[in-house]
Every structure is written in C-alpha cells, then in structure tokens.
Write a protein that binds this ligand. Structure first.
Ligand code: NAG
Length: 300
C-alpha cells in the first residue's frame, strides 16, 4: 500500500503576468483542491456479521496478540468512552450497501515458521486459506522477522478476496518493527522519507504492533468498502485509493504532510492516541473518508 500524502487544503496562488502592448496585467488565480471523491463502482460491499479469523505467522507475544485482538473487539463495543474505536468503525456504515459487524473468530498460531521466513504472495494466500468459511475475513499477521515480497518497499500489508458469492476476503499485515518502522509504523517512528517531525509515543508501548493496528485498520476499512475491486475507490482498480488509504497520514485535525495532526496525549506516559477501546486500551486510528461529507473524518 503506497503511503501517499495528500496535501490537504492546498492553496496554490498562481500569479500570471501577461504583457500586452499597453499594459501589464497581473492575474491572481486561486486554485482550490477538488473535493476527494471515492467513486462507487456498483459492486458488493461486505455486510452483516463478518467473522474475522487471525492467522499468526511467527513469534508474537501474548501481549502483542491481545493488543490486536482487543482492537478488533473495540470496533463493535459501543460502551467505551468517546472518542471510541467503535465510532471510527461506524463511518464504514455510511458507505451504501455496507454496514458490517466484525466478529472475532478462530485464531491459528503458526509459531514455527512452517513456510520459512521469506514469503511470497502465494504463501500469504495459502496461509489465509487455513480457515475456510463464508462471510469471513482471514487476517494473516507476519512477525517482525518475516520478510514478505514488497513489504516495506511499496506496501505494509494487502487485501484481496475469493469469489464474491463466498463473501470472504483476506488481509495480510506485517510487523515492521525491525524492517521499516519509519515507513509502516509512522508516526511512531522517525519517518523514512519526507518532512521530519518527532515521532509520537505509541499508545500500547509497542511501535511495531501499534503500527500493525494502523495498517490493519486501513485494510479492514478497505476490505469491507471495496472487497471485490468494484466497491468504493479512486484511481486504478489494481492500485486504488480506498476508504482509509485515501486519507493516508491523517490522524487528527490540522494534519499536513509529515505531521499527523492534533491527537490526544496521556499526561503520564506521553502516549498519543485518538480512540478508546475495550479493556481500557487506547489506539491511534487513521482518518477515514466519509461519503456524506466527502472529507477525511478524524475522531479528534
Ligand atoms: C449478527 O449476530 C448477532 C448475534 O449472533 C445476531 O443477533 C444478529 O441478528 C446477526 N446479524 C445479522 C445481520 O445476521
């Protein structure tokens, strides 16, 4: 997934000087950015109860697993203080034909690296098909010491699907802690490219896993709103800007390229977050495009 920085509220002051025989005419043109529109391509979205199965590939500590499991649970528990992860997820319900409830399903631990530590897409596909059921999203999570084709080069994870009639999809996200935290775990690490701002303190004390949350959130929203490459997106179908990837780099109000925006800070730990979850957890969730306002929605 390309991390493309949108230049929000970019005003280009274009001064055109045109000379004629008698006078010099200065023309100032204010060019405003077009509103961001994700086009709906008339295909099915995921809806209803969707089971999320987790396939853990390689070493994850129980704490790391609970941070991610709690995030999934948080998306459907409304009784957490505002701003909540559940409110963030509700934005997906504004997409026509969508509205789904994610239900935690099976978890499979592949702790012994049965396919090695250098995976290709075909390996990810075979891992994702370890659970076979209708109306599900199988999520493959690769540990920090697993190399995956294209990881850190052009993507931090990916999503795809089986046949539309199965209403099933898959997601892969890698833990970037050792490989490219400045790319896939930004803003919790100094950015690899672009303008440099100090990193934020990650809300769960694990830069790699808090980065996984951002990418998992991005891919879950992209999966339910564009599961079969004919839902909501902008640009080419094989490299689309989707619900959250269209808002990449935005976490709070006032963001600009290299600056994630104003978010909440824990006074004791200095940790940054913008969403409460279950079990007292806090998360930093990325902005999501809101079809009703045609703008990137942030919780704070
Ligand atoms: C989803 O599951 C819940 C709990 O099992 C059930 O009450 C609800 O009717 C289901 N919703 C749909 C759309 O199937």
């Amino acid at each position: 997934m390309a991390r493309i920085y949108r230049f929000a509220a970019l005003l280009i002051l274009l001064t055109l000087a045109s000379q004629s025989a008698a006078t010099t005419r200065k023309l100032t043109v204010l060019v405003q950015e077009q509103p961001l529109i994700l086009k709906y391509h008339n295909g099915a979205l995921l809806k209803g109860n969707i089971t999320v199965n987790l396939i853990w590939y390689g070493t994850f500590t129980p704490i790391q697993r609970s941070i991610i499991v709690d995030f999934l649970l948080s998306l459907n528990v409304a009784r957490t203080p505002a701003p909540s992860a559940a409110t963030w997820w509700k934005t997906t319900e504004k997409y026509k034909g969508g509205s789904c409830t994610l239900v935690l399903g099976k978890q499979i631990l592949e702790e012994n690296y049965p396919l090695g530590k250098n995976l290709k897409d075909s390996h990810l596909l075979s891992l994702s098909s370890k659970v076979n059921e209708l109306s599900s999203i199988n999520v493959v999570l690769t540990a920090k010491d697993v190399l995956v084709d294209g990881f850190c080069m052009s993507r931090c994870g990916t999503h795809g699907s089986g046949q539309p009639k199965t209403r099933s999809a898959y997601i892969w996200v890698g833990n970037s802690e050792l490989q490219c935290p400045g790319y896939c775990a930004w803003p919790f690490h100094q950015p690899l490219y672009g303008p440099q701002t100090p990193p934020l303190v990650s809300p769960n004390g694990d830069v790699g896993v808090d980065g996984v949350i951002i990418n998992l959130a991005t891919l879950l929203a992209g999966t339910v709103t564009n599961p079969f490459k004919n839902g909501y997106f902008q640009g080419p179908a094989d490299a689309p800007l989707e619900a959250v990837s269209a808002c990449t780099g935005v976490f709070g109000t006032g963001s600009y390229p290299g600056y994630p925006g104003r978010v909440l800070t824990d006074k004791t730990t200095g940790a940054s977050y913008n969403a409460h979850g279950v079990h007292g957890r806090r998360y930093l969730v990325p902005a999501m495009w809101d079809p009703q306002t045609s703008a990137c929605f942030t919780l704070v």
